[in-house]
Each structure stands twice: as C-alpha cells, then as structure tokens.
Design a protein around this ligand. Structure first.
Ligand SMILES: *Cc1c(COP(=O)(O)O)cnc(C)c1O
Length: 235
C-alpha cells in the first residue's frame, strides 16, 4: 500500500495521524468483539485534512465516508496522485451526505457505495450515470424536518425500483434521534427490522454519539468521525 504524502508532516492541520491510526484500530477491534464480527467501522473524514484519510489507509481499512461531493472528489484525486491507485484499487469512498441530483454525474465511478438515496429520481440518475452501482436507501424514521431519508412507508417501493433499474441495493441507512437514546433505539430497531424483512444485508446506522446502541440493534456499518479524529474544524 502506497503512503499518501501529506504536506506539513504528521501534524498537518493539527491532526495527529499516529493517534488517529491507534483510535481506528482499537475501535474497529472493539466493534468486532462487541458485535461478534457483524459491525464494521466506516471512518468519516468530512471537513478534515487529507491526513485523516491517510490514517484510515495506514490502519488498513479500505472504506471511508465523505459528505460533500467537491471534497470527496478532491480527496480521491489527491490519494490517486500520491499512490497511483485509482478508484476501487485505492479506497472505497462512501457518499453519506445529502445528495443533489446534479452531483451524481461527477461522483459516478468514484463513489463505491451511495448511502443516501432517498427518492426515485436519485435512483434513476444513479442508474443512468453509474449502472449497477451499489446503493443504500436512506430511511428517516424520526420525522424531523430538514433531514434526508424517505418515510418508512416508502422503503419497500424504493428498494423495488432500484432493483428494477439494475442497481445493487445492498441495504438501508439511517440517522438516529439526536439526544434521545430511547427514540434512537426504536429507530434503529425499526430500520434493522425492515432490512431483515426485505432480505437486505447492509444496515448503516450509528455515529460517534450512538454507536453502542447501533451495534446492539444490529448495525453492520457505523459511520464514525469525532470519536476517531476529534472535533471537526469549524469552517
Ligand atoms: C458527519 C456524519 C457522521 C459522523 O458523525 P460523528 O458524530 O463525527 O461520528 C455519520 N453519518 C453522517 C450521515 C454524517 O453526516
């Protein structure tokens, strides 16, 4: 595995790469133990310097999550330039942010898993630009305004539509109820139950503040930023 060269060395933008590698390794191990090997770790590097992505690679993980199209593309290009490894040979980039239809074309071929598909026009556009792509349907089982995700009642139709379009619908993704552990537990159990009913193997749920609940509710993929890299810089 080639090393990503980061300008400014290990303290680039205040990010201690060696410490981040340690935290990635120990959380990955803790998750594997606590879940009996069911839950894996997706480090989330949004708003962080390229050094965070380097830490993921040095820890030997192959998946990384980003929220913003522009930032994902810039980091993927930088990793490719530093290592000579393009696309899937380098890292599996997961898109986990709100997805705009007009960003799909540029992200196609770089994104390995589209986690935030929540309406049929996005399924149509991903199928058109990235045929056969791996996708998750994002569910909003909390019902707070301004958040991504389709209502629980639409999940089955969206999954069926994705399959019809030839997409590889791997599973469901959701976000818990901020600051409410009981509601978060209910949401995670609902979404895990839906994935089970639909025979979908992947359930992406849990972040820094609720990853323990997520593991106990059957998450297969926790998306973690702050627990690994510290607080994100304020833009
Ligand atoms: C930022 C983000 C995460 C990571 O959040 P942390 O609290 O830093 O662990 C996970 N999932 C989504 C959808 C995010 O936007």
């Amino acid at each position: 595995m080639g090393r990503v060269v980061v300008s400014g060395g290990p303290d680039d933008a205040g990010l201690d790469v060696a410490a981040a590698v340690d935290r990635i390794l120990s959380l990955a191990e803790h998750l594997a133990e606590r879940s009996g090997g069911q839950t894996r770790l997706l480090p989330v590097t949004k708003a962080l310097p390229l050094a965070a992505v380097e830490a993921v690679r040095l820890a030997g993980l192959s998946e990384v999550g980003e929220n913003y199209a522009q930032e994902l593309l810039a980091k993927a290009a930088a990793v490719e330039e530093a290592t000579g490894e393009a696309g899937a040979d380098s890292l599996d980039w997961h898109f986990i942010g709100r997805l705009q239809r007009n960003k799909v074309r540029r992200l196609a071929g770089v994104v390995a898993l589209w986690q935030t598909i929540d309406r049929s026009e996005l399924l149509d556009e991903v199928a058109r630009r990235d045929p056969g792509a791996r996708v998750l349907v994002q569910v909003d089982a909390v019902g707070l305004p301004g958040r991504g995700g389709c209502p629980v009642g639409e999940v089955e139709d969206l999954v069926a539509h994705g399959v019809e379009l030839g997409l590889d619908v791997r599973g469901l993704m959701t976000v818990g109820a901020p600051g409410d552990e009981d509601a978060t537990g209910r949401v995670f159990r609902t979404v895990a139950g839906l994935a089970d009913q639909l025979s979908l193997p992947e359930v992406s749920m849990g972040m820094t503040d609720d990853l323990g609940i997520a593991v106990d509710c059957g998450s297969t993929l926790v998306r973690v930023g702050r627990a690994l890299f510290g607080e994100r810089p304020v833009p």
